[in-house]
Design a protein around this ligand. Sequence first.
Ligand code: MLC
Ligand code: AMP
Length: 526
Amino acid sequence: MGTPALQQLLATKGRPADRAAVVGETLALDHRHLLRHAERWAMALHAHGLPRGARVAVLAEGHPEVVALMLGLHRAGLVCVPINPRYREAELRHVIDDSGAALLLCDRTLADERLDVLPASCARRLLPEDPDAPPEPDEPDGPDGAPLPRLPSSSAAPPPNAGLADDETALLVYTSGTTGRSKGVRLSLGAVVGNIGALTTQWRWSSADVLSLSLPLFHVHGLCIGIYGALLHGMTVLLHRRFEPSTVVTDVERGATVFMGVPTMYDRLLEHVERHPEAAAVLARARLYTAGSAALRPAMLERWEALTGHRILERYGMTETLITLSNPYEGERRPGSVGRPVPGCEARVVDEAGRDVARGELGELWVRGPFLMQGYWKRPRDTEAAFTDGWFRTGDVVVSDPDGYLRIVGRRSTDIIKSGGFKIAAPEIEEVLLQHPAVREVAVVGVPDHRWGERIAAAVVPVPELPAPPEPEVLVAWVAEHLADYKKPRQLVMVDELPRNALGKVQKPRLVQVLRRPDDPDAAAG
Ligand code: MLC
Ligand code: AMP
């Protein structure tokens, strides 16, 4: 048996302990301090009386103490539930209720009225951005009145319980599906470390690398590849709360060798370089640029290469499967393709009956391997329905090149939208719009878009009795009031009726065509 995953993450062997591990905007932790902070979190959480396997929600932006906290959770045998800070009340409440989180640790800047809707069973604590700093006088107690867990000094005894075993659930990452509310995906440390280790070794990550990371830490892209991948190789992470193109340039200037982003980030970076041509020479100094979470248009890849001399390495993944396909580090990085299976993963392209199709024919991508999710949290039926004979059915429509390189060409469900790398369920937005008194019928779709990959577009049939139809802006604001900002429609039109088939079902592919604008790109998986 190999080294347990947690030990691989916490290992300091071969790494200069005083080399920066995570550098944030206000705090930098070297490897020694990161581990010390993690250990103190483990002790504090243990002292808080949380039983093994308890869920702890984390509502935070990307800063070094969050990384220490997450490692502390693994060390304390607890399950980390990272939450998107853009969520509004109902989305937040759903994740807390569904996960049964006993504790929410929240950045001071994010602790607002949204937390008022949380159940009393979930204690709330502020997450200090530097736990060595003296506490703020106004730090609130949780609803149960219990005092805040003070971090014990580094000399205190380590927590008595063992850290997470490879096959225990370490992360519960919420992701949207075609039906119902978002589901918690159970990921073990064994899967994360096994998969990300294989991927990043293929990408030649090493302790000499410095990663510029502006991806959020509540999704597998930023958290698993970014943070855990960098930890596995003893790298330095320059960690940012938000993405800003100029920050990437500055990071490379100060020594970053790797940048990882969603295509929308590359779109913004390209715009930046067009405005500041001198940035291209700086960006050229890095070693590796990777993209994923949505389709990278070949034109973007080509433009990036022309400007910086680097060909972006595109790979493919899913919260449920981690990263299963990647272009090679050496060898051809093919535009419009996501490459071949990552070591340890298997892939098939199948027809509706689950039979393999010939290369060159469209089919659904099925993946298998030891790195898949353990299942959806408390949803055995959904878990069972997601697999066929151990193969996870991704729902993505792909085609294989003659040499086995795969291309993502679409998605089976028109109810899933990928905007700027975020997955969004169209029915969730439809439900909110239907609650508006002026809306009689609505259909929401993703339309191919240069900036967002897909933009959320809505066709609304207004209530006929109204003296005038509602203003589109009013309905967009209504969605923004109820859901995370990125879920609001970027295009909203009033229609007399929705296109339906003979059975009365809304024909979403037809609607996408109706809502397309002349300069929109061709369809591609968002
Ligand atoms: C922000 N906005 C978005 C948006 N993000 N609109 C649509 N889609 C998005 N993804 C809107 C805001 O609502 C706001 O609208 C405006 O953009 C500016 O907001 P901002 O907060 O300043 O945006 P910014 O920080 O620039 O965010 C853009 C982004 C972000 C691309 C950096 O979306 C992002 O971090 N995306 C990454 C998502 C990710 O990590 N996915 C990985 C999933 S895991 P307005 O109208 O108010 O101006 C996965 C598996 C795998 O997919 O394979 O990796
Ligand atoms: P998520 O559930 O947020 O993890 O999103 C997973 C989905 O993102 C996949 O099912 C794909 O539809 C999409 N995706 C991820 N990587 C790529 C890629 N390189 N190209 C196209 N789509 C991608």
